[in-house]
Ligand binder design. Structure first.
Ligand SMILES: Cc1ncc(COP(=O)(O)O)c(C=O)c1O
Length: 427
């Protein structure tokens, strides 16, 4: 990049986007010199003593004889380190897949995804980049409990919640007023659809309202960053519910609104243990070189925390994404979860008497649903189910969370009957 008199100038983030970064986020840059730079400079030389792994006499990565046959991939895709940015072919493929899965995004400039050690680590990298101690983080009050460890414990942020629902719908007004009430100019929000624990995804109309509210917030002069936890992306079971990620609504919403998509293979591709996740950035008017600054900061934070994500995990996921049968495999897994969802809906339809003992919360997607027990606390019901009904559920505050994703269809009617009977015996 050069200025009007032809001098080279470093690309810079727009002031309003830079203002969303934490102190650490502002200062961190990927080390281009040091060991990585010197190794890069030596690449291709006849003798190269810079690489921090062991090579055999032919210059191939060394490995223990028994390990290589355990994975059906070239050893070079398994044993050496992957880059802190992630495996380039996987980053490229995932970006392509984000665009395919989110038709609204086709015209937008996105960053290249940066690979993280799955979503928890991606969320933590985002916490490091955007949250200073005491910064508020605005989110719905039904949230994944681990956010407390990630954002509150690790980065000393303050979680500012609003009631998730307004009636049967998402509480967009609560989101906006809570965001407006944040002190200072910067506002950090977190959105998670399909939501853990409720299994709710907002409708397309609610997504429009969220976008309009956040644009109004940015328009009022606030610097806005929205962390989007897309762990359960794609598992939507009802018409009228948002199919694209909310990221697609926000990626090009405003020059003062940075959208950060945190997603990955964990739940979307049923590969929980592979630990492959991604961070992708977008804001209105972004240039590729500005987005590269954010990629650089994210990769530097990866380097600072885990050095780089599992190479074998990345290679296995890349092989799956490039396999001609991948869409078929995905559809089969989706159908299985969709059948569970339909089974639960049928149970509720067939047993109106359950409404006397618990109230289902709005749900339409993902792995979970929640019910609110009537006349008794959720923890007592959980314990009763363990002791007398041989069944396990999660008590989350005043709600019982049921992971129907993990219960065979045939057991679902019995599970809800047990919850009904347990509450009946306690209340
Ligand atoms: C909403 C949400 N985000 C992120 C994660 C973490 O995903 P990962 O296993 O990829 O770290 C979970 C896991 O339960 C989750 O429910």
């Amino acid at each position: 990049m050069s200025n009007q008199v032809g001098e080279q100038v470093e690309p810079q983030l727009p002031e309003s986007i830079n203002a969303t970064l934490s102190r650490k986020g502002k200062s961190i840059t990927f080390p281009k010199k040091g060991i990585l730079g010197q190794s890069a400079a030596a690449r291709g030389r006849t003798i190269n003593g810079t690489i921090g792994i062991a090579l055999d006499e032919q210059g191939q990565p060394m490995f223990l004889d028994g390990l290589a046959p355990m994975v059906d991939l070239p050893v070079t895709d398994v044993f050496p380190y992957a880059s802190s940015f992630g495996k380039p072919e996987l980053r490229h493929r995932w970006l392509q897949m984000i665009l395919e899965k989110n038709s609204k995004l086709s015209a937008h400039q996105l960053s290249q995804p940066v690979v993280t050690n799955a979503l928890t680590h991606g969320l933590s990298v985002a916490g490091s980049l955007f949250l200073d101690p005491c910064d508020p983080l605005v989110l719905a009050d039904r949230f994944w409990g681990n956010y407390k460890l990630i954002f509150q414990h690790t980065y000393d942020a303050e979680l500012k919640t609003y009631p998730t629902f307004d009636g049967d719908g998402f509480n967009v007004a609560g989101l906006l007023t809570t965001a407006q009430a944040c002190p200072g100019n910067k506002v950090v929000l977190l959105l998670n659809f399909p939501n853990n624990p409720t299994g709710y995804t907002c409708t397309a109309a609610e997504a429009n309202e969220i976008r309009e509210s956040l644009v109004a917030l940015a328009e009022s002069g606030r610097d806005v960053v929205v962390l989007i936890d897309d762990a359960y992306f794609g598992l939507v079971y009802e018409d009228g519910v948002m199919k694209d990620s909310i990221f697609a609504w926000l990626a090009d919403a405003h020059e003062r609104l940075l959208a950060v998509k945190i997603d990955g293979s964990t739940k979307e591709d049923f590969a929980w243990g592979y630990r492959v996740g991604f961070l992708t950035f977008a804001f209105k008017g972004a240039s590729a070189s500005q987005l590269a600054i954010l990629e650089d900061k994210a990769a530097a934070t990866v380097r600072a925390t885990i050095s780089n994500a599992s190479h074998v995990g990345q290679s296995l996921m890349l092989a799956a994404y490039n396999h001609p049968d991948y869409p078929k495999w995905k559809d089969s897994a989706y159908q299985q979860l969709w059948r569970r969802y339909e089974t639960v809906r049928a149970v509720f339809r067939d047993h109106p008497e359950y409404a006397e003992s618990f109230q289902p919360q709005p749900f339409n997607s993902g792995y979970f649903l929640c019910v609110k027990p009537i006349g008794i606390d959720a923890e007592s019901v959980r314990v009763k189910l363990l002791e007398d009904f041989d069944a396990g559920v999660i008590a989350a505050g005043d709600l019982i969370r049921i992971a129907y994703s993990s219960v065979p269809c045939d057991d679902l009617p019995k599970l809800f009957q047990s919850i009904h009977l347990a509450i009946g015996s306690l209340a």
